[in-house]
Design a protein around this ligand. Structure first.
Ligand code: NDP
Length: 284
């Protein structure tokens, strides 16, 4: 009898459209690097097929999957349990399957936080967060749970920003308020961390959030969620002013690391994953 095992561990992603999602390349490069017999399958799942896809993953004994647009909220009704931040954020992008039970977590903000912690602990810090979409929401909640002192959410539509500020106030120890974003905004002197969580800069290396560049200063940490291109104009301007900068690749890589920790209990080499993404984005 052969002792060989021909069954790979199954993980993957459900989203649509999914053709441009590089996560599969990043995670499978790390599986190969660690000689882990696992696959990450990038599946195009339309909204009307999400229920069947989730049931299929359970039936085929996948150990977990990521959910991206448009499934991050819709997947919740198909799950058995939610981790704390996923419950607060109201969105799930990482599902673990343990003994047939589906547990939803949100690793968007956790990935950002892991990346941020490489340069600063957000505990006690004052944050200016640009944008009020899904990424901003996840980041705000994780910063609040990590004991940030104060978060100002700045957005063109202040009502969306207020929803996030209220979530932070109601569920974490952080203080939170809102600023409407019309025209070029300045970064107040007492802000420690500036985060671009808008989509400005995605696929456009010259796009710049409307900010008064002269208010960027040495000592300020400037983080961007944009993974491609990673060296956004905001980060280039901030570097020129002596700020400490953090690109969106770290957030993406750390989400992968955290997801696989949930599924396989293994910590993948972040460097292998980052190099793979840089090759793909032509940013090496
Ligand atoms: P959403 O569409 O939910 O939100 C987009 C936000 O950007 C909104 O607040 C919107 O403001 C703001 N915005 C867009 N254009 C402008 C503009 N010209 N001026 C001012 N504000 C603007 O997107 P997500 O939150 O899901 O994603 C945001 C970005 O984060 C994307 O580019 C995505 O690629 C990136 N991301 C990166 C991840 C990573 O791992 N690195 C993970 C997840 C997301 P308004 O409400 O006024 O329209």
């Amino acid at each position: 009898m052969s002792k060989q095992n021909f069954r790979s561990i199954l993980t993957g992603s459900f989203s649509t459209p999914c053709d441009d999602n590089p996560t599969v390349a990043m995670i499978e490069a790390a599986y190969r690097h660690h000689d882990i017999d696992a696959r990450y399958i990038n599946c195009d799942v339309k909204a009307e097929n999400l229920k069947d896809a989730v049931a299929g993953a359970r039936a085929m004994e996948w150990v977990g999957f990521n959910c991206s647009l448009p499934h991050k909220v819709a997947v919740i009704e198909h799950l058995d349990e939610l981790a704390e931040s996923a419950r607060i954020i109201g969105a799930v992008n990482c599902v673990s399957i343990r003994k047939g039970r589906l547990i939803g977590d949100n690793t968007d903000g956790k990935g950002f936080l892991a990346s941020l912690k490489q340069v600063a602990d957000p505990s006690g810090k004052k944050v200016l967060l640009l944008g009020a979409g899904g990424a901003a929401r996840a980041i705000a909640v994780e910063l609040g749970l990590a004991s940030a002192a104060h978060i100002t959410v700045m957005n063109r539509d202040p009502k969306k920003a207020e929803t996030i500020a209220a979530l932070v106030r109601d569920n974490t120890s952080a203080k939170a308020d809102v600023q409407a974003w019309d025209g070029e905004a300045g970064v107040p002197d007492d802000v420690d961390i500036l985060i671009n969580a808008t989509s400005i800069g995605l696929g456009d290396a010259d796009a710049m959030p409307p900010l008064k560049v002269e208010t960027l200063r040495k000592g300020l940490i400037v983080a961007d969620v944009i993974p491609n291109p990673p060296r956004t104009r905001l980060l280039r301007e901030a570097e020129g002013k002596g700020c400490t900068v953090l690109d969106g690749l770290g957030m993406l890589v750390n989400q992968g690391v955290i997801g696989v920790e949930h599924w396989l209990g293994r910590t993948l080499d972040a460097g292998v994953m980052e190099r793979t993404l840089k090759d793909i984005f032509g940013a090496a």
